[in-house]
Design a protein around this ligand. Structure first.
Ligand SMILES: C[S@@+](CC[C@H](N)C(=O)[O-])C[C@H]1O[C@@H](n2cnc3c(N)ncnc32)[C@H](O)[C@@H]1O
Length: 209
């Protein structure tokens, strides 16, 4: 079975609190996934690679500064938002999903591991009012539609090395989707950072705004 040790090897220098939080995810997600399905049942054994490490792929592309604000759209059970919130405890994360039951899981997991930098809310992406440094997401919709939902929700002033924008976790062939998006973008292959087979086709698509 996969364990949080894998996370520690790819992200050295974690505090004891962060390590305990990553370890704590397994029992919390196992327990909550029995009540409310947020990860396919057979995939819970792959939690650390397919969900936690995959989410943290965004952190190989950029770090988030203390005080920055990040929106996770269609977070489901908290991916990529929860693993990123553990890694960047001084950054504020707003995790949203249109389905209330999923937000119940996110709230309980965040509380269960003592995260203070997560606000979870049941709301549709199109209705969000705030502005954020970055908008992260995985497996919600095509980039063109996603861009339409969130393009007015990115702060104009950038304080990171990357300009503010979208960091979207995608897999497979993206040519058609990126052609349809018609926006400048950059693709980061997660296989450059992680050696597990799962990451062979996985990418972070960065769309600066
Ligand atoms: C396939 S799940 C992915 C969940 C999570 N990001 C992950 O990778 O595990 C897609 C999620 O997007 C949510 N969603 C779809 N359209 C949405 C919208 N317009 N606003 C907010 N959430 C939305 C769904 O409720 C669902 O939980």
């Amino acid at each position: 079975m996969q364990t949080a040790d894998l996370i520690f090897s790819y992200f050295p220098g974690l505090t004891n609190t962060q390590k305990e939080q990553f370890v704590g995810l397994y029992s919390l997600y196992s327990e909550w996934n029995e009540k409310i399905n947020v990860i396919s049942r057979k995939d819970i054994e792959n939690l650390y690679v397919n969900h936690v490490l995959h989410s943290l792929g965004i952190a190989k592309v950029t770090t988030f500064k203390p005080g920055a604000s990040i929106l996770d759209v269609g977070t489901g059970g908290g991916f990529p938002g929860i693993p990123l919130a553990i890694l960047f405890p001084d950054t504020q994360f707003h995790l949203v999903d249109s389905i209330g039951k999923k937000i119940t899981v996110v709230k309980n997991v965040a509380e269960g591991i003592g995260l203070k930098n997560v606000k979870a809310e049941q709301i549709r992406a199109e209705q969000i009012k705030g502005e954020y440094d970055f908008i992260v997401s995985r497996a919600v919709t095509r980039l063109k539609e996603f861009y339409g939902w969130i393009n007015r929700k990115v702060k104009k002033d950038s304080s990171h090395t990357l300009f503010n924008g979208i960091l979207y976790l995608k897999g497979g062939d993206l040519d058609e989707e990126l052609a349809e998006l018609k926006r400048p973008h950059q693709i980061f292959a997660l296989s450059d950072y992680f050696k597990e087979e799962f990451f062979e086709t996985k990418k972070v698509v960065y769309v600066p705004m």
